[in-house]
Design a protein around this ligand. Structure first.
Ligand SMILES: [Zn+2]
Length: 352
């Protein structure tokens, strides 16, 4: 009898130990970046949604200082590098610090911890923000070099535009042929149907359309399909999602475009929250790399939330940007800190 009891207690111990270590291992991370999404973009987008945003469901809020190594006003390459790799660098540079050292991104580090990795962008996949997570180049404009580095990196699943950078190249290489372990698909349906462990889904040959011109797939549909796929493994996952064109709309000082891109992003954030409600061990961080356009809401009516606006620039501004978070470790994202701390906080969440 004593022996049986001892045996049962041992099994209970073993099980609880395993459950604990699995819980630890399985912290999924979804990092969502609204490029150029400052407080005014969020505010106008929220009013255009009849005064609601899914960001209100995220309990922890921090503020990030966006300046780069070289300038108070950052570009997406330096800001992307700060968030992805934890070091400030010179504007225009991706994954290389001012001392010319190549940096490892949080996505690459997560792979060392057994994470599955994914990237979704509404720009081309070689654009500065997504590229900050896998590329090391002196200039963000080296699109063909960035494509080559993606082909040699090990991002398990990616969704974005820019197929031509892989196939119509100065060096005549066809990277899609070279990436023989990938299944390349051209629709969400095919993405869902694929059973490959590595999938590249090119949504366009060059830059994807604006959402107001009918860009497909919708970001929320892409993230839901991605989450289905990437969460189907034993491994935890690290997923980066960029709403790229909030920035482009800011450069164009186009108010309707910016609100439309925000509304699409807001829906995608809701999709991520829905996933985390069912998969509690998921940390979601929503932030921006910088503000674009110097947008100011200078007047308006509460009835129907009509707005009067002014733009300060067709470039970026030095404004701090918010960081929203929910899930395990999200409380560590409260406060005011440098954009490089986002990397450190995610690393800490992954390691502990
Ligand atoms: Zn920009």
């Amino acid at each position: 009898m004593k022996k049986i009891l001892f045996f049962l207690i041992s099994i209970a111990f073993f099980l609880s130990f395993n459950l604990n270590s699995q819980e630890k291992k399985n912290l999924n991370v979804i990092l969502m970046i609204g490029d150029g999404m400052g407080m005014s973009q969020i505010t106008s987008g929220m009013y255009s949604l009849n005064n609601r945003t899914s960001l209100e469901k995220m309990p922890h809020i921090g503020i990030s200082k966006t300046h780069s190594y070289s300038s108070l006003v950052t570009d997406s390459a330096a800001a992307g590098t700060a968030i992805a790799c934890g070091e400030k660098t010179i504007n225009g540079t991706l994954g290389i610090n001012p001392q010319n050292k190549q940096l490892e991104s949080i996505l690459e580090i997560s792979k060392d911890y057994g994470y599955k990795t994914g990237i979704i962008a509404t720009s081309s996949i070689v654009h500065a923000t997504p590229a900050a997570f896998y590329a090391n180049v002196i200039s963000r404009n080296q699109y063909e070099d960035i494509a080559l580095q993606l082909s040699q990196n090990e991002v398990d699943f990616f969704v974005g535009g820019g197929r031509d950078y892989f196939t119509k190249r100065d060096d005549k290489r066809n990277l899609i042929k070279e990436m023989s372990d990938y299944d390349f698909v051209y629709s969400l349906k095919k993405f869902n149907e694929s059973t490959s462990n590595k999938i590249g889904f090119f949504t366009s040959l060059g830059d994807p359309y604006r959402i107001i011109d009918g860009r497909k797939p919708k970001l929320s549909d892409a993230i839901e399909a991605m989450l289905d796929k990437i969460s189907s493994y034993e491994n935890p996952f690290f997923l980066v999602v960029e709403s790229s064109q909030i920035d482009w709309a800011g450069h164009a000082n186009d108010f309707n475009w910016i609100n439309a891109e925000f509304r699409e992003f807001d829906e995608a954030i809701q999709s991520a929250i829905n996933f985390s409600n069912k998969n509690k061990n998921t940390l979601i961080i929503v932030t921006a790399d910088h503000e674009t356009g110097g947008l100011a809401i200078t007047g308006g009516k509460v009835r129907r939330f009509t707005m009067r606006t002014k733009w300060g620039t067709i470039g970026h501004t030095a404004e701090m940007v918010p960081v929203f978070s929910t899930g395990p470790k999200s409380e560590t994202f409260s406060g005011i800190y440098d954009n490089t701390d986002i990397f450190k906080k995610i690393l800490n969440a992954i390691e502990n």
